[in-house]
Design a protein around this ligand. Structure first.
Ligand code: APR
Length: 228
């Protein structure tokens, strides 16, 4: 059996595909107010604005392509049982060819019923419009975990992290919980790697190697080493 390698990714891994991060100096949360577009209250207040925000994100994501960092994670599958746990709502890991991808914060390519969260649909024509309804007649919303909402995939993610033989963190500021707390569930004795061009605040983690590089540089190097 191949050893389990868990990779926790954030917006930084898709930055070089041309998708803006959230908290870098030109990030999305500089341009938009979280409270106006990414909370249940925002949805109650102005559905059209929220839909427009995510329709624009979706359009950009569909035009983007996976980069060398996404590709490198696919190569790792030769030797490892690779489980990606991503905070990203884009589908670039899947399009690169990664087989096991768990989305903690939802998926931009899907919509969801507002009366029954189990009704999730693949979005066909790239937009959700006011008046688009689920089979039970409720307005469709983006299949995204907003600030202030529970993270339904968290327990699932924890179970996988606890089984990791190697743990990697790529391109996340580790600022958003509960997601950022996942690393605390990784076994203390296993090797851990963090790839990010900035200094990420992370304390008390044993066996952590920090690679201060962009994902497209740091990840292919590390993958080459791990495949030796
Ligand atoms: N390669 C690797 N990392 C990069 C690159 C790059 N080319 N460019 C930027 N980064 C790093 C930044 O240094 C930063 O540490 O990516 C990280 C991006 O951090 P955030 O913008 O905070 O994104 P993320 O951590 O994914 O945000 C978490 O916040 O708004 C929510 O739900 C949203 O899932 C998101 C969550």
């Amino acid at each position: 059996m191949k050893p389990t390698l868990v990779v926790f990714t954030g917006a930084g891994i898709s930055a070089e595909s041309g998708i803006k991060t959230f908290r870098d100096s030109d990030g999305l949360w500089e341009e938009f107010d979280i409270n106006e577009v990414a909370t249940p209250q925002a949805w109650e207040k102005n559905k059209a604005l929220v839909l427009d925000f995510y329709n624009k994100r979706r359009k950009q994501i569909l035009e983007a392509q996976p980069n060398k960092a996404h590709d490198a994670l696919v190569e790792l599958e030769e030797k490892y049982d690779v489980q990606i746990i991503t905070q990203n709502i884009d589908d670039l890991h899947e399009r690169a060819g990664s087989k096991k991808v768990l989305h903690l914060h939802g998926e931009i390519t899907k919509s969801r019923s507002t009366v029954d969260p189990s009704l999730v649909y693949k979005i066909k024509n790239a937009e959700i419009r006011l008046g688009d309804k689920c089979e039970k007649g409720s307005q469709l919303r983006p299949h995204i975990v907003w600030f202030g909402e529970a993270v339904p995939m968290m327990d699932n993610a924890i179970i996988r992290v606890e089984k990791a033989a190697i743990f990697m963190v790529v391109g996340t500021s580790m600022a958003v919980y509960p997601a950022a707390g996942l690393i605390d569930y990784s076994p203390p004795q296993i090797p851990k790697y963090l790839i990010d061009p900035s200094d990420v605040k992370i304390n008390g983690i044993a066996n952590l190697t920090i690679i201060k590089e962009k994902a497209s540089v740091g990840l292919p190097m590390l993958v080459k080493d791990l495949l030796k």
